[in-house]
Design a protein around this ligand. Structure first.
Ligand code: ZN
Length: 241
């Protein structure tokens, strides 16, 4: 069962920590996700993964990290980006705090996939556990075999606000998807990882004038369910002892 830490009293948290429940830390961002999705897409997806993982294990989900390094979406209104140092320090602080609450294992469920951000999440995880008995796991669903199974758009077209993320949103929180706008959006066949390698520093430079890539119009809730199953399986695998 997944317990929401924010809604528990400290004695209840203590009981769960002593019983060796997994702490889950959802990590997202506050950033533009096309004209059809809200700013908190990565947070919603991360929390939904936590909820589903919690149907399989005893888990305590801590309040999400909602601000991160998000330089690619910086040109768009509503995006709030922290510096890498600030984001890393905040994450280390939260992870150490969870350890001090008595939890021995934490799974960082990150769904903000900007490369520099994911890198700092991995760095913060190793720093937080250095010299302590805390175990911090960071599942990375970009890796094989999960990444390729999430589809071609995810691997090569950019996993930002296209079919991949929009399908996950249709499965997790359809009321947050603007269907009228979504259906009218033309597919944007851009190799986002390739554009990043060639030096693009934001979505505009990468050829995404509305902060989306891929094909939001092809998204379905069924595809979202399929994607969640793959991501949850990868997350549970990473949590195995
Ligand atoms: Zn996203």
């Amino acid at each position: 069962m997944n317990h929401l830490a924010a809604q528990l009293s400290w004695p209840k948290v203590k009981v769960l920590a002593v019983a060796d429940a997994w702490a889950l830390l959802p990590v997202g961002s506050t950033e533009a996700h096309g004209p059809h999705l809200p700013l908190n897409v990565d947070v919603v997806i991360a929390q939904e993964v936590c909820r589903r993982v919690g149907t399989r294990l005893e888990t305590v989900e801590f309040p999400a990290i909602t601000y991160s390094l998000t330089e690619f979406a910086a040109p768009f209104a509503g995006t709030v980006s922290l510096s890498a140092d600030t984001a890393r320090a905040a994450l280390i602080g939260v992870l150490r705090g969870i350890g001090q609450a008595g939890f021995r294992r934490v799974c960082v469920v990150n769904h903000h996939l900007e490369p520099a951000h994911f890198k700092l999440v991995h760095a913060a995880a190793s720093e937080a556990q250095a010299g302590t008995s805390l175990r911090v796991v960071v599942p990375d669903h970009r890796r094989k075999p999960t990444g390729p199974a999430l589809g071609d758009e995810f691997m090569h077209g950019g996993s930002h606000a296209g079919c991949y993320e929009t399908s996950l949103m249709l499965a997790a929180a359809p009321h947050l998807v603007n269907e009228e706008v979504r259906r009218t959006l033309p597919s944007l066949d851009v190799d986002l990882p390739g554009a990043i390698k060639q030096g693009a520093t934001n979505f505009l430079e990468a050829g995404g004038p509305e902060a989306y890539f891929g094909a939001p119009s092809r998204a379905t809730a069924d595809e979202g369910q399929r994607l969640f199953e793959l991501i949850v399986t990868a997350t549970l695998d990473a949590m195995k002892d």
